[in-house]
Design a protein around this ligand. Structure first.
Ligand SMILES: [Zn+2]
Length: 436
């Protein structure tokens, strides 16, 4: 039974698996491999630590700051800015879901007394505000470094983790760009012409920026404002605009019954489905046929039926159903879009049984691109831009390193090169804004 064939097969099996781990020289080579991976990790860490920009970015990313829980990263940023002689003001932004949460917007201006070129001792009235957000989407993904196999270049080192792109890259690059300009002997500008604003809650309700926009601090200091530079991932390009947004929350109240006798109840699912079906198609429907607006700049409006919930079990007629739908707007006003949505729903719900709640949001946002040396891009995501009310004529720029395509995903990351380029570009944008 145990002939030579069996023996050969057994030896082959052993040599390909177990035996490999028993040979001392192979053990040594594994240890070598481990050491070389460790060495290359140490090398990458050294590169990061040598650079004030990259180490600030690392520190910011290593502090988890999912929307509503931004206090720790806020504290880190305050101490960093104060260490660089900024005058820092924090604004508590109450959280609608948890009043006990502490979370701050951070507003910082270079301390004029530190800079001999400045004569102003009063509250600065900046000409330009650089702003981005310090919250991130969940889940937290730890900071990590890697080198692409195809490149040994420092610029190509990939920095990954939640917030590395959206938007802690912008935050770190804005701080570093401002510091570089202040330190440059060649730049002639009044330090009190520049302010930094880092807000909470951009990823959820925009409550941080709305709070700042309505605050005395902003109202008392914005009389000289010429431009606001917003930081979001735009692949190092200047965004010429972004789509608007409207959302609908639809609820159906039916009556529960045994599924064998559905005529004894009223299915909330059956009530809501026709409305969801027509809404889902609104982006494809021509505007003259009742569809959503289109435009040359932004293309078609799009619809996402992003959330549906209904019923309790397969054998129960559902008593309740609800859905949340978002509309990315390529044109029109929020008022006109609201009418289109309500019309579509009433066609599907002629008896008006559904509860419809429309959050009007904002229309498409045009942005300024009048700066030489930048490519432009149109983006489909929302930002804090419409949440900051600015006077007519104040320019709004949207620029940042990294791509939105990875921003909320598990592979969020950007290269050292992109992050460093952003510092150069923010300096260009600041200089341009100060020349307006
Ligand atoms: Zn963002």
């Amino acid at each position: 039974m145990f002939g030579p064939k069996f023996l050969v097969a057994t030896l082959l099996l052993l040599s390909s698996s177990t035996v490999a781990f028993l040979i001392p020289s192979d053990q040594a080579s594994l240890a070598d491999q481990h050491r070389s991976v460790q060495n290359s990790r140490d090398d990458l860490s050294k590169i990061i630590l040598k650079s004030p920009l990259l180490s600030l970015h690392k520190a910011l990313v290593e502090v988890e700051s999912i929307s509503s829980y931004e206090l720790a990263v806020g504290k880190l940023l305050v101490s960093t800015l104060e260490a660089h002689n900024f005058a820092v003001t924090t604004q508590q932004v109450n959280d609608v879901n948890n009043a006990s949460l502490k979370r701050w917007n951070i507003y910082a201006t270079p301390d004029s007394s530190q800079y001999p070129s400045s004569s102003s001792k009063k509250q600065p009235h900046p000409k330009v505000i650089l702003t981005s957000h310090i919250d991130t989407v969940p889940p937290y993904i730890p900071y990590s470094l890697s080198r692409p196999k195809s490149s040994d270049s420092r610029e190509d080192i990939l920095i990954s983790g939640r917030g590395t792109v959206d938007a802690k890259a912008c935050v770190a690059a804005m701080v570093q760009a401002t510091l570089s300009l202040l330190a440059s002997p060649k730049t002639e500008f009044n330090p009190s012409d520049v302010a930094l604003l880092f807000v909470v809650g951009e990823e959820t309700r925009g409550d941080g920026m709305n709070h700042f926009s309505d605050s005395k601090l902003y109202h008392h200091t914005n009389s000289n404002l010429k431009a606001v530079i917003f930081g979001e991932p735009t692949e190092l390009k200047l965004a010429s605009g972004h789509k608007g947004i409207t959302m609908a929350h639809i609820k159906a109240h039916g009556k529960a019954a045994h599924s064998g006798y559905p005529w004894l109840g009223q299915s909330a699912t059956s009530m809501i489905l026709p409305a969801l079906y027509v809404l889902d198609k609104l982006g494809d429907l021509l505007p003259e046929e009742g569809g959503l607006p289109r435009s040359k700049e932004f293309g078609n409006s799009t619809v996402n039926v992003g959330y549906i919930s209904a019923g309790v079990a397969a054998n129960v007629v559902p008593e309740f159903a609800e859905a949340k739908v978002s509309f990315r707007l390529a044109g029109g006003t929020t008022e006109s879009v609201k009418k289109i949505i309500l019309n579509a729903i009433s066609g599907a719900d002629p008896q008006g049984l559904l509860d419809v709640d429309i959050y009007q949001g904002y229309a498409p946002v045009p942005l300024d691109t009048d700066v030489d040396g930048f490519d432009s891009i149109v983006v489909n995501y929302g930002t804090d831009v419409p949440n900051l009310k600015v006077a007519d004529g104040v320019k709004r720029y949207l620029y940042g390193p990294g791509s939105i395509l990875v921003a909320h995903g598990k592979d969020e990351g950007l290269t050292v090169g992109a992050l460093e380029q952003a510092v150069e570009d923010y300096q260009k944008l600041i200089k341009h804004a100060l020349s307006l």
